[in-house]
Ligand binder design. Sequence first.
Ligand SMILES: [Fe+2]
Ligand SMILES: [Fe+2]
Length: 269
Amino acid sequence: MTDKLELVRKYHEENALERLFVGSKELEIKLMHICGMADIAMEIASVYKANFDRELLKLCALHHDDGRVLQYKYLGNFNDRELSHNELGAMALNQWCIKNKITPDSAIHVLRDVMMYHGRLALCECRVTWESRPYIEIISDADDIENGCIGAVGYLLNECRTDAKGYNTTHPEHFGKIKPELWAFYELGQWFDKMKYCESYAEYVLFAATLAMKSIKKYGWIAKKAMLKPSYGYASALQGYEDIFSQVMSYEDAKHAINVLRKACTVEE
Ligand SMILES: [Fe+2]
Ligand SMILES: [Fe+2]
């Protein structure tokens, strides 16, 4: 597939991450997320053999969140409910093709699908081609591991305190209640649509922790290793979650949430 990557490589060269993700602390944090998740994507790929090109996978990982740059430029934040970074990324790639008079080839289509559908495969299943599917799956899972098991402890508290997501804060002392069905999703490690279910910051934090639970359930040691590594000033991401739960949830909710996560991290495979 090597020469089939010519156009994607050209896109990569002309849209270097170090030039795109600059100018604010928030974009630099996104760049850390991208580099971390690209490593995880390659780690998953080395364990789980599938029908894909490793170089294309790496390029898709590096550019899956390009839409964040435009989103930040327009909104000053990363609120997908206002403006989807998935759609902005795919649109920017389309415009790059038009500007360069490029007819998209199959690798460009895969990159575009990864930008458009990562994290949304369950919602857009029918629109994804068989060729793009394994790339979207691995990128989405690596994204969940980085977001849920590493990055979350770096941004969650700040997002809650600055009201970055516009959720209800009817109980500001602990950033809201948690619906019973979300506890069930969390304990099972079952992904749910945060746009549909989350109404408070406590629920939003539980969503991030649910990604961690889902990742541990699906990828075992790859996700546990990420959870137990030092992260954003904490001795481990697990310890980070303990602190965050205690700050955004009621005492009882926080105790339950950390017990579930701690147990998942220590259970032998
Ligand atoms: Fe993304
Ligand atoms: Fe991402």
